[in-house]
Design a protein around this ligand. Structure first.
Ligand code: ZN
Length: 334
């Protein structure tokens, strides 16, 4: 690690450790909260208005609510050839597919990166969220890697994207702790396959008379000259996404991690709303458990959990929690 970072606090690890410690002390009984949905939404709105600070924790459910889905129409439109040849059913599983060569792998990944990271989402839930909190003292921690908070205009000084970014590459070894913007190369890769880029950054596939994608005129490989290699050691580049201990935590990551620790600490005795949006129950350690920890240890804190199908809290903080089961965009509408 770059020695410059060693003096910074690591809010990522600190908060995970605190959350894990706290969860071990809980009874394991969960609560789904009290009151009607209308009452809960009203209480949430009051809390957003009155809280001295808001910590937003966002998971995949928020981007799903914005219409960024890994299967369905968008998949059929841009990945039908990969689906036919390799039996890949959705974008998520395609990310793990052992493609036969780098040229094919990057053809897949350039499409995957672009439609998740560089196009605008169909829904406006991120913009609505910003409208709700923009005049507040807020901070965002997210496991999402699709850059939607930045695109909606959230202050990047108040944002910590813990798991990487589709828009960044890193050395696969990695031989050094830096990341590289990939947009220019990704666009070249797409053009080389027969796609076009529209005026509003949309990805345009060639179509047949019936409007369906004309896969016969698309290539499933990029030219070898576009396969990215590390500028330092020459090994292949890879996505800057946390999957194992080769994930590069670059300078911006460390600064954001320290800013998160600082934000939590400086508000730890205040009226803070921990607003959890679309965080799955199967990956609770990064956001959910730390939010429970902070709520449990601060009399003035409140925990809100908006989730479609998985809105719950530990019994111990039931009185300080607002659990709302539903689509996040719909909840904001209401
Ligand atoms: Zn390298």
């Amino acid at each position: 690690m770059n020695p410059n970072y060693s003096e910074l606090r690591n809010g990522y690890l600190e908060s995970i450790q605190k959350g894990m410690q706290t969860v071990r002390t809980l009874s394991g009984t969960i609560s789904r909260g009290n009151g009607t949905k209308e009452e809960r939404l009203k209480r949430l709105l009051e809390e957003i208005e009155t809280a001295q600070a808001i910590v937003i924790g966002a998971g995949a459910g928020l981007s799903t609510s914005a219409g960024l889905t890994y299967s369905g129409e968008k998949f059929d439109q841009y990945f039908g050839d990969f689906s036919n040849r390799y039996g890949i059913r959705d974008m998520y599983s395609g990310g793990f597919y052992p493609f036969p060569d780098d040229e094919t792998r990057w053809a897949w990944w350039s499409r995957h990166i672009y439609v998740n990271r560089y196009v605008y989402p169909p829904g406006s839930v991120y913009n609505t969220l910003l409208d709700l909190v923009k005049d507040k003292d807020y901070f965002v921690i997210t496991t999402n890697v699709d850059h939607q908070f930045q695109k909606a205009g959230f202050d990047k000084e108040r944002l910590f994207c813990t798991q990487g970014d589709y828009g960044l590459w890193q050395c696969s070894r990695p031989c050094h702790q830096r990341t590289y913007d990939n947009k220019g190369t990704v666009v070249k890769m797409l053009l080389s396959q027969g796609f076009a880029i529209g005026e509003n950054s949309e990805l345009i596939a060639p179509v047949m008379e019936d409007g369906k994608t004309d896969y016969a005129s698309l290539s499933m490989k990029v030219p070898s000259g576009l396969v990215p290699y590390c500028p330092v050691c020459g090994e292949p580049m890879t996505m800057n996404l946390r999957s194992d201990d080769t994930f590069v935590e670059d300078e911006s990551w460390h600064k954001a991690s320290a800013a998160y620790a600082q934000f939590l600490q400086s508000h730890q005795d205040q009226h803070v709303l921990y607003l959890e949006l679309g965080v799955g129950a199967n990956t609770p350690v990064i956001i959910k458990y730390p939010f429970w920890h902070e709520t449990l240890h601060n009399d003035k804190a409140l925990y809100a959990c908006l989730n479609l199908g998985e809105a719950f809290c530990p019994k111990e903080i039931e009185e300080k929690s607002i659990c709302i089961d539903g689509d996040i965009a719909d909840c904001f509408e209401e």
